[in-house]
Design a protein around this ligand. Structure first.
Ligand code: PRT
Ligand code: ZN
Length: 287
């Protein structure tokens, strides 16, 4: 009997490739010969991996050639294919923005009326303009969109931005965010119950990895007379673990802290008398 495998499509090379492969690795999924392959199988999980151009992934997932895929929300929306988003993955963050020559004034979306806008995202841009009752001339180009105004091809651009340095180096300024994007896991809309089961197993692991990335394990020494105050500062998964130290009057306290509150709490812990504070990364976190 052939074993049922879930087929996942990930980017073959480019900005999402490393993080996608890394995520699978952190989920304990070992892939055979990843380099220069079109497809491979996992040794220890019922997963088959296809390496594709990101633009093709939504179509493959809609058609069921792949059951699931990892792709940017920008590409998913632009391709407008039938697929569910099952999990936001937290990497590949960027935004699709409108940018105009730096010397020009921006007077709101209405001022786009009749303008020529260069973009690789004509569908999303068209929807955005429609929403604002604006008609503009959309000029689709597939790469180096940012040079279009400089060479007289367009008045402005709608392009992906992360640090903003590409726009800056081309004399452009960001004036409007059309879409915030990150990598997401998408799924075919009609998975079999066996496939759904494998997907849920994979998602369980992904969530444990993501949660671990957001949290740190903290160990510290506390004088016993300050224990109540120190424990009060720590959330922990249930409550902090407290163990006696070999030195009389001191305890070792272990807990888990979220990245968001981390520095604030560390400062308060020090003020409350905590010493020898160690902070350790967590590999997986299952709650
Ligand atoms: O070959 P294939 O078609 O698979 O890849 P691709 O060349 O189409 O895509 P790739 O690898 O460049 O990007 C894949 C995905 O990464 C995108 O669809 C986004 O979801 C995400 N992503 C995140 C980005 C960026 N950040 C990004 N900064 N994609 C592109 N950029 C480009 C942008 O187009 C611009 O040219 O980087 C430049 C701007 O960067 P900053 O830092 O200068 O603002
Ligand atoms: Zn692409």
């Amino acid at each position: 009997m052939s074993q049922i495998r879930l087929k996942i499509a990930i980017q073959k090379s480019g900005r999402l490739y490393e993080d996608s492969v890394q995520l699978l690795k952190e989920c304990g999924i070992q892939l055979r010969n990843v380099k220069d392959r079109l497809r491979t199988e996992a040794d220890n999980f019922p997963l088959e991996v296809f390496f594709l151009r990101d633009d093709d992934i939504p179509q493959y997932v809609e058609d069921g050639v792949a059951d699931i895929g990892i792709v940017g929300e920008n590409v998913l929306q632009e391709k407008n294919k039938k697929a569910f988003v099952v999990e936001a993955l937290g990497f590949g963050k960027c935004r699709l923005s409108l940018a105009i020559p730096r010397a020009e004034e921006y007077e709101g979306v209405q001022s786009l009326q009749g303008k020529k806008i260069a973009t690789s995202y004509p569908f999303i841009l068209q929807e955005f303009l429609k929403e604002h009752n604006v008609t503009a001339d959309i000029h689709e180009i597939s790469g180096s969109v940012e040079i279009a105004p400089g060479i007289g091809l367009a008045d402005m651009v709608a392009d992906l931005v992360s640090s903003g340095s590409t726009l800056f180096m081309n004399g452009l300024k960001e004036v409007e965010t059309i879409l915030e994007s990150q990598a997401v896991m998408i799924s075919n809309i009609a998975l079999s119950s066996e496939q759904e089961l494998i997907l849920q197993k994979l998602l369980f692991r992904i969530r444990a990895v993501k949660k671990a990335q957001k949290n740190k394990y903290i160990l510290l020494n506390a004088p016993n007379d300050q224990l109540t105050q120190i424990i009060g500062l720590l959330p922990g998964m249930k409550s902090p673990t407290v163990l006696p130290l070999a030195i009389e009057g001191w305890s070792s306290v272990h807990s888990v802290l979220s990245e968001d509150t981390f520095w604030d709490i560390i400062e308060q812990l020090k003020e409350a008398g905590a010493e020898g504070i160690l902070v350790v990364p967590i590999e997986k976190m299952i709650v």
